[in-house]
Each structure stands twice: as structure tokens, then as C-alpha cells.
Design a protein around this ligand. Structure first.
Ligand code: 13P
Length: 249
């Protein structure tokens, strides 16, 4: 019923030649066109070459962020239209590293997600609590507020085209993963929040898990009923690991 998505967030890794090699490896592995939707999110500088390689491959191409504005005096920003012309299909929004180091807010993510959807791009909206918030029992409050803020004012038809990623901040790049049960609890909670906005959309929106996903833990996480895929960081930079996670499904 829901799509299963494995997306690789390369973060600030990969020159153009390195990106080309990595995409070549994924294409050679022959994993495209199966039941899993695959998306790779290289840095902006590698999107053009990646777009050419991935054209007609069945593998989606994601940006790691996007401006909420159409064009104009926004130095260093990248618009939806610029991404579309490179063959981009998805954009990550509100990643915790953007929230932490670049002070992005739910409001900004909300506006950027609306701009992405209006342009025909699929937003992958990231939410997740810090260790401090989890330890003080504020996981649901934090994630619930992020969902309410980032999805505010979404009509049902837009909601249905959105992807959400739950990435507990304490599990990103730390080697600490939420147990399948811990992750499933939050995914179920998120789906409930989306259901309060629109029941039908809640059944359709894929909710991905992110945070130290690797070959060894992907199977346990991805068999949970409300976990519809993964947003993979470090392990998406190695062909064997990324392809292994896809094949684990
Ligand atoms: P890691 O898989 O390296 O923990 O990163 C997760 C992430 O932030 C994906 O967006």
C-alpha cells in the first residue's frame, strides 16, 4: 500500500568524480526498478552530473535542502526550478544538521515544503528529538510539534505527496540506533499525528527511519509496520553497504 523508500543522504561528501563513481556502482548493482524506491541525495555540486547518470534509471535524485523562495536576492540559496532542471525529484528539508547549525525552523521547512510540492518535487521532511529531549520524556512533544509545524496548512492532496523521516538526533552518526521497538513507537505516533490532519493521507505517507542505519540493523527496523524505509547517511557512501540495505528488503 505504501511505498518503501531507501534514500541515501550523502551530506557534505563527494566531489563530482567521487559521486559519479558511487552512482556508477549503484547502477551496476542492478537494484533499480524493484519494489523499493531508491533515492540518492548528493551535494548540490554533484546534482547535474548525477542527474545525467540517473536519467531513465528509475532511481530518484534528491537535493539536501532547498530555498522557500522562487528567485531573487538570496545569496547561496537554490530554488526548486534550479533543481528541477537538473533532474531532481526529491528534496530533504529540515534535517537536524540544518536545524542545529543553520538555525532552520519548522516554519521555514513548512514554507520550503510547500514550494517544493508546488514545483512537483517530493519533500522529505525530517523530524527528531535530541538525547536531552528523550531523556526528559519530551520525545512525543518535540516530534509532535515538529510535525504540526512543518505540515501546517497542508491540504490533503499535498500531504499525500509528502515523505516524513524520523531521525532521532542522538542516533545520527553516533553508531547508536533506536531499537526497532523504540523507532516503531515514534513512527506510530507520527502516523497518528498525520491522521489527525487527514486519515487517508496518513495511510499513504511513507515514514522513513534515519540514524546509524546499516546492513546489520536495517532488517529489524524495516520490518516494523510503520517504518516504510530508511534515510541512510554514512552507509550510503559505500556501494556495498547501500545496496546491501536495499537488498535486505
Ligand atoms: P547516519 O546514517 O550517518 O547516522 O546519518 C543519518 C542521517 O542523518 C540521514 O539523513
Amino acid at each position: 500500500m505504501r511505498k518503501t523508500i531507501i534514500a541515501g543522504n550523502w551530506k557534505m561528501n563527494g566531489t563530482v568524480p567521487e559521486s559519479t563513481a558511487l552512482i556508477g556502482g549503484i547502477l551496476n548493482a542492478g537494484v533499480a526498478g524493484g519494489k523499493v524506491e531508491i533515492v540518492v541525495c548528493p551535494p548540490f555540486t554533484a546534482l547535474e552530473s548525477a542527474g545525467k547518470l540517473l536519467k531513465d534509471s528509475g532511481i530518484g535524485l534528491g537535493a539536501q535542502n532547498m530555498s522557500e523562495h522562487k528567485s531573487g536576492a538570496y545569496t547561496a540559496e537554490i530554488s526548486a526550478e534550479m533543481l528541477l532542471t537538473l533532474g531532481v525529484t526529491h528534496t530533504i528539508l529540515g534535517h537536524s544538521e540544518r536545524r542545529q547549525y543553520h538555525f532552520e525552523t519548522d516554519d521555514r521547512v513548512n514554507r520550503a515544503a510547500k514550494a517544493a510540492l508546488a514545483a512537483g518535487l517530493t519533500p522529505i521532511i525530517c523530524v527528531g528529538e535530541t538525547l536531552e529531549q528523550r531523556d526528559s520524556g519530551d520525545t512525543e512533544k518535540t516530534v509532535g510539534d515538529q510535525i504540526a509545524g512543518t505540515l501546517a496548512g497542508f491540504a490533503a492532496d499535498l500531504l499525500k505527496k509528502t515523505v516524513v523521516a524520523y531521525e532521532p538526533v542522538w542516533a545520527i552518526g553516533t553508531g547508536k540506533t533506536a531499537t526497532p521497538e523504540m523507532a516503531e513507537d515514534v513512527h506510530r505516533f507520527i502516523r497518528g499525528k498525520i491522521a489527525a490532519l487527514d486519515k487517508e493521507a496518513a495511510n499513504l505517507v511513507p515514514i522513513l527511519y534515519g540514524g546509524s542505519v546499516k546492513l546489520g540493523n536495517a532488517g529489524g527496523l524495516l520490518t516494523q509496520p510503520n517504518i516504510d524505509g530508511a534515510l541512510v547517511g554514512g552507509a550510503s557512501l559505500k556501494v556495498d553497504d547501500f545496496v546491501g540495505i536495499i537488498n535486505a528488503l
